[in-house]
Design a protein. Sequence first.
Length: 731
Amino acid sequence: MTTKQKSGILLLLLLLCSNISFSQQQQHDPKALKAWQDQKYSLFIHYGIYSVLGGVWEGKEISKGLSEQIQAHAGIYSDTYASVAKRFNPKDWNADTIVSLAKKAGMRSIVITSKHHDGFCMFKTATTDFNVVDATPFKRDILKELSDACKRGGLRFGLYFSLIDWHYPQASPISSSNSDYITPEHVQYNKKQITELLSNYGPISELWFDMGSQNAAESKELRDLVHKLQPDCMIGSRIGNDMGDFNVMGDNQEPDYAIGVPWQSPASFFDDTWGYRSWQDRGSEAVKTKEKLTSLIRVVSRGGNFLLNIGPKGDGSVVGFEKDILLNIGKWLDKNGEAIYSTDADPFHVSFKWGSLTSKPNQLYLHVMSHPENGQIVLPGLKGKIKSIGVLGEKNQKISFIQNNQEFKINVPASINPDKEFKVIKITFANGFSVPPANVIKIPADGLNVNAAAPTNGHGINLNSHNAFKHYSSSGIDYNTRFQSTVKESWTLQPLKNAGYKPVIYYSAQEKGKTIDLEINGKVNSLTFTDGKAIPIKQQGSLNWGPIYLSDSQWTGIEGFPGQVKNIDPNQAWGNGKLTWTKKADWKNNEKYTLAADRSSAVYVLQEITATEDQPFLAGMTSTDGLVVVLNGETLAIHNNPFKENQWNDLILLPLKKGKNQLLLKIYNGYQKKIDLGIDTTQPQELFSKELPAISLEKGKYYPFSWQLHQPNSPHSTLGLSNVSLVLPEN
């Protein structure tokens, strides 16, 4: 039994003894989740006493950091900052005006800061007098007024809530990362405030937690509290420990990959601040309108919700520049809204230079955002009987097209000029449509593919993480330890002849005991990695492990590298010339080393492996709070330390190629004072195999294959199946 397995069992026993269960998250009402997803476009509001300051302290523009965090970035004493509340008297605040603006902008809900990091509550609370009613001359409950106005205006109402609090005496002090521990006293304090918010302000569509670093039990307690008080309230992923109902992307992040869970992209008008900044250079209204409309379309086309922020002034008024842009987008939505609201993601799995697509069961919406090449839009493999095709909002605009078995071509009329306006072409089908599936792997008629790195070192279609279409989410204990998790992997096989196959699945000791939902030929069955037959990995040749190089320590999160990850020269500076590699002459494989480390830091390990033949090899890896394994530029594995164990040990199957291979490791420390690391080459070179029922595949048809974890603790949990292969030898 590995160290990880032992510590995991011990932790499970402790949790059971304390009546805390981390089994699969209780599922919310699917209707509530769909109602949240159908919103597509919402207003975010950052408003607090920091708005009075407008990014200025003692007459100086504070350019460091975000203006809503000016207390930290300007170094303001807590009592001095608290006195700013006496200046908060927003006479121009009008909740109905805010709701009216959001509706004209085409937004379907409003999310406002109930409490930001400074701890100031924009609502009446019994927990502290540091709130808008008791500490300001305004003496009105901002949240109550906005909640009531949303109800009158037919908008849904959501709340932002900071898990860290710089005002609460028993909380962790201000830090550079904001991923601070939540003390036991602070946990109870937060729970009391959340109880007030979910009890006194009507239906809450979503609770948008932010920052802090809770343990898994605390995140689950908070999740359970929210769903107990308001079962239909959707929880953002920044609650931590993968306990969110939907995944919140990084600030202003628009993913260009498939996300397998509900998700949202939070965006600000300016990257440098969310709260009001009086001296902000706002630029061109036309340019900013195009920028934010582009983001809205892209996010919705990829299946997400777009949450666009404004930062009202201290007097409660909305900055004219931001208001005008919202209204501009609203005018576009008046004409094109059906291509945004209640739509599905782009069904194609290729990108288009001319723009983006959204869809409904019988419609495709083509958002033309750039001039198409040769004035034509080509949609490969689109099939379906066309009922009509036209431009939204322009009944008399005719569009010609050509349809055949290979593609669908649209001749874009000259009246569509994306430099002036983004127009939408609507295609309506009589009985639905189909597009080619993702990741089609063709099985040739003259025999099966040969993959020398397959566990059998022989013939067979080898389905694994290297050739999978990946469905992502984001996993993490807190904001700084999150990483792009893989929640599902899929393939589509297309045989070029009729044939039967006898699938065999291979796994390593790392995956023993895991259960997956395995889809083969469209049928899903649960499969547990137990009772497999031990299969030695045939050694094709010899391996030579070169010297170990170590980089400097660097403040970072788990994801990302400071420099290139392929063909690294250890004799040259790395990471924009800021990092260097040191040859550890006294270090060797099969030993573990411990280095002193700050929180939120990482070291990088580089080693060259020379193989005389293509050769899979199982290597052990020791890490602390996070590990990224990269071989020849390809990421093989990434994970954090979800239960904050002292040390983590992995088995990683390295698909070594003939010649020189470069192994790069990123070893991360999030919560300890040290980093443990090591590469073990003495692991047993064996996999385990399980034969599966035979299948028959017909020539030319598409057959879906996929796997995902069976009843995972969270829909955001990463698969961790980089060592697993499904091989289909022909009968």
